[in-house]
Design a binder for this molecule. Structure first.
Ligand SMILES: [Zn+2]
Length: 193
């Protein structure tokens, strides 16, 4: 949000998502949702993301990592869970994915959006402060830096040439490449404003 839409995007979304290919599988960082012509949330963007991943690799999709519980980061969990992924997030996400999202959307929520939120697939693996996942030899570091929601995660891939960091802040979700190693305390500045 706050940036112009990518003109090359086939389906506009309000945030970004990404994926990491390892030796024996794939990890997806955040899942999206797309509004249809009637303004109802759906999963066209996630189907496109899955298609793009499949163009690059036939390896299994082992993990989804949700950087927080908001629906623009969890909307397609079900698509990837159905493809075999285990959904992982800081432990608050599981408890908040329905209750807090319904609160966030308020009393004027449409029946279709309410049904979409109630059907969001919650994480089945939670962690408190730090979690390391492996795709073969490739390590993925998931670290909790609460600020935007209290259930936020930063994702780092230490063996990549440019380290990809997925982080959320108050107004938007960022996916930025930064030099590594770096001082994670900088994330607290982003997540606390
Ligand atoms: Zn958010």
């Amino acid at each position: 949000m706050g940036r112009p839409p990518n003109p090359n995007a086939k389906v506009p979304t309000v945030v970004n998502a990404g994926f990491v290919i390892g030796d024996d599988g794939v990890a997806v960082v955040d899942t999206l949702f797309t509004f249809d012509a009637k303004g109802n949330p759906g999963n066209e963007s996630n189907k496109d993301l899955l298609t793009e991943i499949r163009k690059l690799t036939k390896l299994p999709i082992r993990y989804v990592i949700n950087t927080h519980h908001h629906p623009d980061h969890t909307g397609g969990n079900g698509i990837f869970a159905a493809a075999g992924a285990v959904v992982v997030a800081q432990h608050n996400v599981r408890g908040w994915i329905q209750s807090e999202n319904l609160k966030l959307l308020g009393n004027n929520i449409t029946a279709e959006t309410k049904a979409f939120i109630e059907a969001l697939v919650p994480p089945t693996v939670g962690y408190d402060h730090a979690l390391d996942l492996y795709l073969g030899a490739r390590k993925i570091q998931v670290r909790s830096f609460p600020g935007h929601t209290g259930g936020d995660s930063v994702v780092l891939i230490p063996d990549s040439r440019m380290r990809r960091q997925f982080v959320s802040n108050q107004t938007s979700s960022l996916c930025v490449c930064i030099p590594y190693p770096f001082d994670l305390s900088g994330c607290q500045v982003w997540s606390s404003n």
